[in-house]
Design a binder for this molecule. Sequence first.
Ligand code: HEM
Ligand code: MTE
Length: 467
Amino acid sequence: QESTHIYTKEEVSSHTSPETGIWVTLGSEVFDVTEFVDLHPGGPSKLMLAAGGPLEPFWALYAVHNQSHVRELLAQYKIGELNPEDKVAPTVETSDPYADDPVRHPALKVNSQCPFNAEPPPELLTENYITPNPIFFTRNHLPVPNVDPDTYRLHVVGAPGGQSLSLSLDDLHKFPKYEITVTLQCAGNRRSEMTQVKEVKGLEWRTGAISTARWGGARLCDVLAQAGHQLCETEAHVCFEGLDSDPTGTAYGASIPLARAMDPEAEVLLAYEMNGQPLPRDHGFPVRVVVPGVVGARHVKWLGRVSVQPEESYSHWQRRDYKGFSPSVDWDTVNFDSAPSIQELPVQSAITEPQDGETVESGEVTIKGYAWSGGGRAVIRVDVSLDGGLTWQVAELDGEEQRPRKAWAWRLWQLQVPVPAGQKELNIVCKAVDDGYNVQPDTVAPIWNLRGVLSNAWHRVHVHVAP
Ligand code: HEM
Ligand code: MTE
C-alpha cells in the first residue's frame, strides 16, 4: 500500500507555475492541477489566483464549485495531504497598531499592507455586477478600528435651537431604511498609468480602485433633520470624522456641501449594510457614509461624528490631498488652497479582459470592462478600438438600468469581435461617454498631476494574437 505524501504549506506555496507545477489545497488535501489549468471552465487566469494556496476563499465566492462533479474532478489530481502540525498560529505583536486588522481575501492585489490598500484583480472585478464584499477594493489610511457595536454611538452635532444626537445602532435602524446600488471609486484609480508619464506621489493603483455594492442604511438628510438642521442660504458643509486615528490622535475626516447632504434626491446614506450584510470591518463597520456619485474619499468609514460647519473639513484629506492641478505644478509650487477639493468624479472606463501583454486566440476575441461617471451621470456608450483608436465599435452595456440623474452605479460592458485576419497584435482601447456627452481624454500626459488623481484617459491594452 502506498503511503500518503505529506506536504508543508510552504512546499505548496512554492508551486505556482507550469515549471514547478501548480498546486492547490482544499481542507487538508493537496492537489497538483497543472494539467487542469487550461481546461478550467472559468478560465486559467481565475484558477491561477488560487495557485499555491487554499481554494476555499475563492470557492466561497463562486458557489458553482459547490457540486459533487467538481469535487470528483478535483479528486483526480490529489497528490497528498497537508502536514497536520503545519498550523502555525499567527503571533500577535500587540505594540503593532495594525496587529488587530482583519484577515483579508487572498485574491486582493495588495498595494500596501500597513495601512491596508488593495484592489481586486481585473478578471474578478467585472465577473459580477455587484462586487462580492471580500474582494471589494480597500483604501485605508490608518489601522482599522475595532468598534464594539453595543457601545457604538454616532454623535451628530445639533443645529442652533436644535438638539445634538447620540445614536446607537438600534437608533439608526429606526430611521426609514434605504437601499441603493452605488459604485465607489478612489481618486487614485489608474494612478499607475500616470506614473509612467512622470513620477507621482501615491499608491500604485491599477484599474481596480473601484467597486460596486448595494448599500443599506438611514438617509443623512433624515438624521440631520432630526438634529434640527435645514438647508440654509449661506454656504455650509457637513463634516465627518472617522474613529480611525493616527498616533497623534488625529482622525480621518472629510466633508461634503450641506446642499448635497440635505437633498433627498442625492440619496446620501449613513450605511450599516453592504450587500445585505453588516459592513465588513475594512469597509467601515458599523457605520459609514455613502455619497453617491462622489469620490471615495468622502465616504467616511467607521463614522464617529457628524457636524455642520461654515467651512469645509480641516482634515488633511479634505484640504491637502484629493485635489487636481495643472501638469506644470510640482511639489515646490503647489498651493493646495488654490484648488477645490474633488467631489464628483469625471467619466471613467477601463478594460479588464484581456489584460496587457496577454496572448489571445486568433478568430474571435471578447473584450470586457467597466464604465462609470460621477454626479449621477449615466454612461450612454462605450467605444472600443482594436487598432489604437483609428476605428471604433460600440460595446454592449450590461448591468442595471440607470435612473436619470441618479446613475450611481457602473455599467459593465463587453464586445465580441473577430480578430482581423493576419493581425499579429492588437492595440485595444476603450472610452466611455456620459449623458452630459463628457468624454475621456485620449492620453495621460495632459492630465498628469503631482498627486496622480483623476486618471481617466482612454484605457489601452496591448495583446498578442496566437499564430
Ligand atoms: C467554473 C473547477 C478554481 C472561478 C468551474 C467549473 C468547474 C471548475 C468544473 C464548471 C462548473 C459547472 O459549470 O458546473 C475548478 C477547479 C478549480 C477551480 C477544479 C481548482 C483546482 C477556481 C478559482 C476561481 C474559479 C480559484 C476564482 C478565482 C470559476 C468561475 C466559474 C468556474 C467564475 C464559472 C465560469 C462560467 O460559468 O462562466 N470551475 N475551478 N475557479 N470557476 Fe472554477
Ligand atoms: N474613512 C476613514 N475613516 N478612513 C479612511 O482611511 N479612506 C477613504 C474613504 N473613507 C478612509 C475613509 C478613501 S480615500 C476611499 S477611496 C474610501 O474610503 C474607500 O472605501 P473602501 O475601503 O470601502 O473601498
